[in-house]
Design a protein around this ligand. Structure first.
Ligand code: NAI
Length: 713
């Protein structure tokens, strides 16, 4: 019985191989499945009756998802790493050198090692379905595509096209792949077999060679032009990653060193690069986050009660504003019949218009086909009342952030829906308990906290209120899982997990604005640390009005330690208070960025009144002030079981806020700094303000020499 490669007898000379790893939900390349492929290649080579081979997946949704990442965790030494890379390189070389033609029929995920396998086949035909994705995302795991991808991708699509694909790990759908020459054609799924037969029967006579274009063709032929492309790519990588990730630089080096050398030499550079990368902490953190996010997608199964996401057929979203429209779009795009309700026809119409805009952007970028766009819109129905909700499995409430309004909505929903319908609130600063308190059936109320913009942000917090029924939580989680989100199960408190942990960080930025000589250094320090943007830029993105509303709620929930920074309070009380909501903290001018003069005036006024002198702080000191209180709050959340595991905190902060992924999340970072140092620093800072005081758990862990995660992770 074959493990993953199932081949019967050849039919009219053609060997049809079904790729189906029966024991696993997806096909992947492990040592064992690679060995089996090697045996199959041996059989093909020695069987003279075989005139052609077709590889096709037996699993819907995956061709081959990539290397089996669990193998990475089994690797104990650099030699073992080198051996694993070499194994795949040799087997794919054997595949390339088969005398008989090979065809990969690609439907579903064809990523990493899976695409390298397909690139080693003579012809690749993809289907044009939504689930089909081709790409080499190794860079996201901190490694270099090891099994020939760095050679064969440039050969297929051209050097200049391959470089950004390798450096970003971006995936392409079937049609995009066909346009770039990565596959030879993209056809409807039903036509795949026919195309394969025709290719083999005609010897591929009809396959059109890729047109490289004048510039592309020159780059492919001339080493100095390739070096120029790589020089530009290096600048781009430095700009986007600030040098925190070694893998893109290794990829660039491998490509540069590969110019004009033999295939063997190139592949040996690839092995060396991966051995080096395998020893870097960054790679370990990225692989760990990959596992956490994969596990996060399966959360509904982790309850005692599991709800199959595919059983969610009907949903509704109440409130067609910024969040509601995005959430409704996600549901409809995943094949769920979705009602979008608001109080007035014009508000629903505005929401529907936004959904249409998002769909046409997706169609334009070829993320979905025009037909899929139309189908998604067909599944979405606008409404201004609660009729027709009896069939709904889950409802997501996304109305204005006012408790009375939410109470009324949930009371109406309890009457309008069946008893098995989960009622989820998307509130960002109230608790589920508070929302549920004013409704007749609090056990049906749970939290589903999407981040803005909901169609782009990968994380959803699934919130258990004190009275939430487990089945309702599982159902709501199933809806979010169906939308493809990474889920984290959290307890009920103001700000839930992510916004609560982020609050002290954001608030500290306000204190720093008033205290440091050059406030622009705050964002610079955060970016250098690895944040996607600085806290002041984030405040400007969210809006000063919303930010200060959130900080008021946090103060109400957590008291003194979350007291809003004086500058925010001063701005609200200033003469221009009515304009504060839309005000930017940092302004862009012709000469660069600067602190908004209105904020500067408030800062100076504050300094005059309090008599404080401006300070010059190093980036390290700024980070200590921003990030250590965030770690302190995370420790509190663990203590109160808002999060069950340190892993949940890390996953939520990386996926919810973009917290420096290469650091593995705030608690991995805390371990790397050492808890005693964090506690000492917080104690020193606490002499200036009690908001820094380390919590009991952090203090206890530091004095017991404990960590949040095991040292040998
Ligand atoms: P929004 O103001 O853009 O939209 C709210 C919509 O709800 C409006 O269209 C309004 O007409 C409608 N509405 C009000 N009362 C209603 C009722 N009784 N029935 C139906 N519709 C009603 O607000 P936004 O930003 O979309 O926020 C919605 C919810 O999502 C809030 O609870 C907010 O805290 C939460 N949230 C917001 C995030 C954000 O960044 N904007 C992020 C995460 C959660």
């Amino acid at each position: 019985m074959a493990l993953m490669w199932h081949a019967g007898e050849p039919q009219d000379g053609v060997l049809w191989v079904e790729i189906n790893w029966k024991e696993r939900p997806v096909n992947a390349l492990s040592r064992d499945t690679l060995n089996e492929l090697s045996e199959l290649i041996g059989r093909i080579r020695s069987d003279s009756t075989i005139t052609g081979v077709v590889f096709k997946s037996g699993k819907s949704g995956t061709f081959i998802a990539g290397a089996d990442v669990t193998e990475f965790q089994k690797i104990r030494s650099p030699d073992e790493a080198r051996q694993f890379v070499l194994q795949g390189q040799q087997i794919f070389d054997d595949l390339v050198s088969l005398k008989v033609p090979t065809v990969a029929l690609i439907s579903g995920a064809c990523l990493g090692g899976g695409l390298e396998f397909a690139l080693a086949c003579r012809w690749r035909i993809a289907d044009d379905g939504r689930k089909t994705q081709l790409g080499l995302p190794e860079v996201m795991l901190g490694i270099v595509p090891g099994w020939g991808g760095t050679l064969r991708l440039p050969n297929a699509v051209g050097f200049a096209e391959a470089v950004p694909l390798l450096l970003t790990g971006r995936g392409l759908n079937g049609r995009q792949a066909a346009r770039k020459g990565l596959v030879h054609d993209a056809v409807p799924n039903e036509a795949l077999d026919h195309v394969a037969r025709t290719l083999l029967a005609t010897g591929g006579r009809n396959v059109r060679p890729r047109k490289a274009g004048l510039v592309g063709g020159l780059i492919d032929r001339l080493g100095p032009l390739k070096k120029l492309v790589l020089w530009q790519a290096t600048r781009q990588v430095l700009k986007t990653t600030h040098g925190h990730y070694p893998a893109p630089f290794e990829i660039i080096d491998v490509l540069r060193d590969g110019i004009g050398v033999s295939r063997e030499e190139h592949l040996s550079h690839v092995r060396d690069a991966n051995v080096r990368l395998g020893q870097k902490p960054v790679t370990r953190e990225l692989v760990r986050l990959f596992f956490l996010s994969e596990a996060g997608k399966k959360l509904p199964e982790s309850f005692g009660l599991s709800v199959d996401p595919d059983t969610i057929e009907h949903a509704a979203v109440i409130g067609a504003g910024a969040m509601g429209a995005g959430i409704a779009l996600l549901a409809a795009r995943r094949g769920i019949w979705t009602r979008l309700k608001d109080i007035k026809a014009e508000y629903v119409a505005r929401g529907m218009k936004n959904v249409r805009k998002l769909i046409s952007a997706d169609v334009k970028r070829r993320r979905i086909t025009p037909l899929e766009g139309t189908q998604a819109l067909d599944r979405l129905s606008p409404a201004t009342d609660y009729r027709g909700l009896k069939q709904a499995d889950v409802i997501v409430e996304a109305v204005v952030e006012e408790l009375d309004v939410k109470h009324q909505v949930f009371t109406d929903l309890a009457a309008a829906t069946g008893p098995n319908c989960a009622l989820a609130t998307n509130t960002s600063s109230l608790t589920v308990a508070a929302v549920a308190a004013g409704t007749p059936e609090p056990s049906r109320v749970v939290g589903l906290h999407f981040f803005n913009p909901p169609h782009q942000m990968p994380l959803v917090e699934v919130v258990r209120g004190p009275q939430s029924d487990a089945k309702m939580v599982a159902k709501a989680a199933a809806l979010a899982a169906r939308m493809g989100k990474t889920l984290v199960l959290v307890g009920d408190c103001a700000g839930f997990l992510v916004n609560r942990i982020l609050a002290p960080y954001m608030n500290e930025a306000g204190h720093l604005v008033a205290e440091v000589e050059d406030p622009l250094e705050i964002d610079r320090a955060a970016i250098e640390f690895g944040m996607p943007m600085g806290p002041l830029a984030l405040i400007d993105l969210v809006g000063l009005g919303v930010s200060s509303h959130v900080s008021e709620n946090m103060r109400a929930a957590y008291g003194e330690r979350m007291e809003p920074a004086p500058i925010w309070q001063a701005l609200r009380q200033s003469a221009d208070a009515s304009k504060v909501g839309g005000m930017k903290v940092i302004e862009k001018t012709w000469f660069g960025k600067r602190l908004n003069p209105a904020v500067l005036a408030a800062v100076n006024d504050l300094a005059r009144r309090s008599g404080t002198k401006k300070m010059i702080l190093s980036h390290e000191e700024i980070i200590q002030r921003l990030v250590y209180p965030l770690i302190n709050e995370a420790a509190r959340c663990l203590d109160e079981r808002v999060a069950e595991r340190a892993d949940d905190v890390d996953l939520a902060m990386v996926f919810g806020t973009g917290f420096a992924p290469f650091r593995g999340g705030p608690l991995r970072y805390a371990d790397s700094v050492g808890l005693p140092k964090i506690v000492q620093t917080l104690d020193r800072l606490a002499a200036t303000s009690p908001r820094f005081a380390p919590c009991e758990r952090l203090r206890r862990m530091a004095s017991a020499g404990e960590r949040f995660h095991p040292a040998d992770l």
